[in-house]
Design a binder for this molecule. Structure first.
Ligand code: F6P
Length: 325
């Protein structure tokens, strides 16, 4: 018999398509196993404000296809203070919650880890962020849908770029992770990709564009990973104009990449992960995360997933370069 009776579930950090699939799966798995499950609204901020309500099988009906998160989300820097986590433990106790599922990115996982150590309450993390930047998992919920959205947008820009023989700089999300930029670059035949934290090689960019033009290309796309400060593309655009007399149009895709109906991959993996998270609590796991590795969804210690990863795979960059000659 499981000792767990009442699970709390929250979504934290930037929302991502597929979070609702994981919530639905966790809720229905808990109820199927006669365990109560409570939605904690607005992430850790809502936990600290005691915004907690019971979830039923029907409260997660008709959400599998919806982007965003029905539980809403927040970024909550206060949760990195011990006094806030102490208050969170008191609120968990008040609501008789004896297990916690956190769907979010590495920051949310770090908060969950500290909370578990200090409170003794079991926590299971489910990786949910479009950035695909959590260590030890090859995939995070929302990455696949964000790629589809960004690729569709770049394809549309390519249409107009070709019609007018233009160069476009397109900035994609991902903070310090290269995952979205490299995948979008390969999938759209981008002429160049600028990674986060890497100095922009203007000579290379200009020579790649000119080589393309001389072999008859009538458009060029430069994918820029946003890095720490979104909007870095403006400086790239300015330098290309001022130092190389190269005029480039600019488009920052922004939050459009975070919305939309989840892809089949995001729906499926999120459904498996939500189910696995509840089963892990039932089996007595105390600090774990669901991950995707070598084609399998599995559990690992939460401590394996606390680092950020950049995901800048040189072989993907080489591929993009080779294919865009
Ligand atoms: O973490 C997901 C993400 O969309 C990043 O790619 C981006 O840098 C950041 O969130 C934007 O955060 P916010 O919506 O809080 O501005």
């Amino acid at each position: 018999m499981s000792k767990i009776k009442n699970i709390g579930i929250l979504t934290s950090g930037g929302d991502s398509p597929g979070m609702n699939c994981a919530i639905r799966s966790a809720v229905r798995t808990a109820l199927f196993n006669k365990i109560n499950i409570f939605g904690i609204y607005r992430g850790y901020s809502g936990l600290l404000a005691n915004e907690i309500k019971p979830l039923t099988a029907s409260s997660v009906g008709n959400i599998i296809q919806r982007g965003g998160t029905i539980l809403q989300s927040s970024r909550c820097p206060e949760f990195f203070e011990a006094k806030s986590r102490k208050m969170a433990k008191e609120i968990m106790d008040l609501n008789k919650l004896d297990g916690l599922i956190v769907i979010g990115g590495d920051g949310s996982f770090n908060g969950a880890h500290l909370f578990n150590i200090e409170s003794g309450i079991p926590v299971i993390g489910i990786p949910g962020t479009i950035d695909n930047d959590i260590s030890n998992t090859e995939y995070t919920i929302g990455f696949d849908t964000a790629l589809s959205t960004a690729i569709e947008a770049v394809d549309k820009i390519r249409d107009t770029a070709s019609s007018h023989a233009r160069t476009f700089i397109i900035e994609v999300m991902g903070r310090n992770s290269s995952g979205i930029a490299t995948h979008v670059g390969v999938c759209t035949g981008a002429e160049n990709i600028v990674l986060p934290g890497v100095e922009t090689d203007y000579d290379q960019i200009v020579s790649d564009i000119n080589r393309g033009i001389s072999r008859g290309k009538n458009s060029s796309i430069l994918i820029v990973a946003e890095g720490t400060v979104p909007g870095r593309s403006y400086e790239i655009q300015k330098n290309l104009k001022e130092k190389y007399n190269l005029k480039a149009h600019l488009c920052i895709l922004g939050h459009i990449q975070r919305g939309g109906s989840p892809s089949p991959i995001d729906r499926f993996r999120a459904s498996v992960m939500g189910n696995m998270a509840v089963k892990a609590l039932i089996e007595g796991k105390t600090s774990h995360a669901t991950i995707y590795k070598d084609g399998q969804i599995a559990l690992t210690e939460l401590t394996n997933c606390l680092e950020k990863k950049n995901d800048a795979k040189p072989e993907i960059l080489d591929l993009a370069k080779t294919l865009s000659i």
